[in-house]
Write a protein that binds this ligand. Structure first.
Ligand code: RTP
Ligand code: MG
Length: 138
């Protein structure tokens, strides 16, 4: 089992001024930052990142939203990182997210849900490499 996951603080949470609050929750949960950058996806890059969802009805909305403003991308390290990070962020729909989760606190809707978290070890590596070279990981 790998010990890293990949996250993005999505454009809604950046616009709402919640970068600091979310990074604090990530730190307090015991994740170590391996790599981090403040950047913005083009519509084309968002489409590539979320290609796995290209047949879903929300794909257009999702890629437009994810390219609508700056994001924070990061690789995070912790034992059992993928599963523990998904527990920390909560359900996709904030209405169903558990108390104390990042999405419960900072997401506004199922589409604009504050953070991304990888769903498998394999995707964590693919997604991390989408944003970061080996020289950008410490
Ligand atoms: P993520 O990949 O961003 O961590 O979210 P997730 O695993 O919890 O959810 P996933 O099924 O992978 O969906 C990816 C993102 O697409 C948007 N979405 N919108 N309007 C809708 O019904 C809908 N469903 C999903 C969300 O931004 C979700 O995080
Ligand atoms: Mg997902």
């Amino acid at each position: 089992m790998s010990n890293v996951t990949f996250t993005m603080i999505k454009p809604d949470a950046v616009k709402n001024g919640n970068i600091g609050n979310i990074l604090q929750m990530i730190n307090n949960a015991g994740f170590r930052i391996v790599a981090m950058k403040y950047t913005k996806l083009s519509l084309e890059q968002a489409g590539k990142f979320y290609e796995v969802h290209s047949a879903r009805p929300f794909y257009g909305e999702l890629t437009e939203f994810m390219s609508s403003g700056p994001i924070v991308a990061a690789i995070l390290e912790k034992e059992n990182a993928v599963a523990d990070f998904r527990t920390l962020i909560g359900a996709t729909n904030p209405a169903e997210a558990a108390e104390g989760t990042i999405r419960k606190k900072y997401a506004t809707s199922i589409g604009e849900n504050a953070v991304h978290g990888s769903d498998s070890d394999e995707n964590a590596l693919i997604e991390g490499s989408f944003f970061f070279s080996g020289l950008e990981r410490f």
